[in-house]
Design a protein around this ligand. Structure first.
Ligand SMILES: [Zn+2]
Length: 473
């Protein structure tokens, strides 16, 4: 948008951000200081003149009362796509639609990759005017709509249940020039895992395609789309407090969290999840079919690189094996893989905790396992499983026959969301790597599911991990 653009947004007083009323000034390359008048939420930026040499004006934020602001209606939880409306997060002002004025969601498409998108545009590798060609990108299988998408208790608040098919259900918006993108993609694939290649699985020609364990799978990638009133409600806090924390604790990310209380949907720049389905997708919603589920939170060091300090990869592989076996018996298996590395504390925190565990006086032991995470991060866990069951509701799941998990937090969240779990399946002892006994015993003592003995304090002290003595540094 250029100075003098007749379509430019009118200035209106900011609401609720102390300090935002001051003149915002910026020094241009030529040394001229320009600034907007008090009360404006925009400023003229140096260094990026437009084609005609005019200085481009950056819109810092918008306000509901501002002239021209007319968000496309978005009725979260509505039973039809027409009534619900599309999730529009683009700020693009090029083309036939001024998305900045009509969008109804804060944040950006792409989850954590939205930042790379910005780099691509900033560096000139990608034209900001590019619009995706969605030809043939639709899901190969049908998912929903299910009653859970629109029940009055808002079972889905952290993803867009229509996010896999906007190409179809919101085609008229795309045709009219709205910059609208799917937040879910569904596809089919074959997969092979070395642990399951040695005749562990029986070839059946449908689920397991070859003797060496080639598995047929349908998978879906899901980016987070948060309906803020529902997110706040899950955490038992009010929406204003949630918005303020999201704004302030992320370096002032997305001022509209504060200035646009009328916009209720936010696409956070965080990782999402992937689901892997073994057997027919529609069986997930059919309570007459047996369902095996593992909900797995990312642990890159183990899942991909085979670190032996925890049970993550072995448990994931065992979950996949059980899912395939259930599908082969006429049921369906589901793996949900969340990008919540290191209990959503991240890998840097995780590695710091590993160091503290290994260096402590007396060595790494189960009795102090959780304390080290708390010392570094302030909490034991930031995964907030209360949002996790949303994906199960999206898939129409009504009950889980076998849950391949020992986590009490996951169990409580799923059962609390109204999905009964009929059986919990621990990891077989022979799959637990020696150095991960510390984690396993500590978790069982803290309330994780076990069919065996819950260790005493003395036993916790006795379970020790590997020291660093055998590692050359
Ligand atoms: Zn792990």
């Amino acid at each position: 948008m250029r100075i003098g653009d007749k379509d430019r947004l009118e200035k209106s007083p900011p609401m609720g951000i102390p300090g935002n009323q001051a003149n915002v000034k910026s020094t241009l390359d030529n040394g001229t200081i320009v600034g907007s008048s008090p009360g404006s939420a925009s400023f003229f930026t140096g260094g990026s003149p437009g084609k005609d040499g005019a200085i481009e004006r950056v819109i810092l934020t918008t306000y509901p009362t501002q002239s021209g602001i007319r968000p496309v209606p978005l009725n979260w939880g509505a039973s039809s796509s027409e009534e619900r409306g599309p999730v529009l997060a683009s700020r693009s002002q090029t083309g036939p639609i001024n998305n900045l004025k009509e969008r109804n969601a804060m944040g950006a498409y792409g989850g954590s990759y939205s930042v790379y998108h910005a780099l691509a545009v900033g560096s000139g590798a990608l034209q900001a005017t590019h619009r995706p060609d969605f030809t043939d990108t639709e899901p190969p299988v049908n998912i929903g709509p299910y009653p859970q998408w629109s029940e009055s208790d808002m079972k889905i608040v952290s993803m867009d249940p229509w996010g896999h098919i906007p190409q179809t259900v919101f085609k008229d918006y795309l045709d009219r020039g709205y910059d609208l993108r799917p937040t879910i993609a569904v596809t089919k694939a074959h997969m092979r895992l070395p642990e399951l290649a040695e005749g562990t699985l029986k070839q059946d020609g449908v689920i397991v395609l070859s003797e060496d364990g080639e598995i047929n799978v349908t998978k879906a990638a899901v980016e987070p789309v948060w309906w803020l009133p529902g997110i706040a409600s899950r955490f038992g806090i009010d929406e204003t407090k949630l918005r303020r924390a999201l704004f302030e604790d992320t370096g002032g990310m997305y001022p509209e969290l504060i200035t646009r209380p009328d916009m209720k949907v936010f696409l956070p720049p965080i990782g999402g999840l992937t689901i892997y389905v073994f057997g027919p997708m529609e069986y997930l919603a059919d309570p007459t079919k047996k369902l095996t589920v593992r909900v797995h939170d990312e642990c890159n060091g183990s899942d991909v690189f085979g670190s032996d300090i925890c049970t993550c990869r072995p448990y994931l592989i065992y979950g996949i094996q059980r899912c395939v076996e259930t599908a082969q018996k006429g049921g369906v298996g589901l793996i949900v893989y969340f990008r919540k590395e290191g209990r959503a504390l991240g890998e840097v925190t995780k590695f710091l905790v590993y160091n503290a565990r290994k260096r402590q006086a007396g060595g790494d032991r189960a009795s102090t396992y959780f304390q080290h995470t708390e010392n570094v991060a302030g909490v034991k866990d930031m995964r907030f499983q209360s949002l996790m069951p949303d994906v199960l509701h999206w898939l129409g799941v009504q009950k889980i026959d076998e849950m391949i998990s020992m986590s009490n937090m996951k169990y409580d969240a799923i059962v609390g969301a109204g999905i009964p779990i009929l059986e919990r399946v621990p990891i077989p002892d022979e799959m637990v790597p020696p150095d991960s006994q510390v984690e396993m015993v500590a978790k069982v003592a803290s309330g994780y599911f076990t069919q065996g003995h819950v260790p005493t304090e003395a036993e916790l002290n006795a379970v020790k991990g590997r020291t660093w003595d055998d590692i050359a540094h």
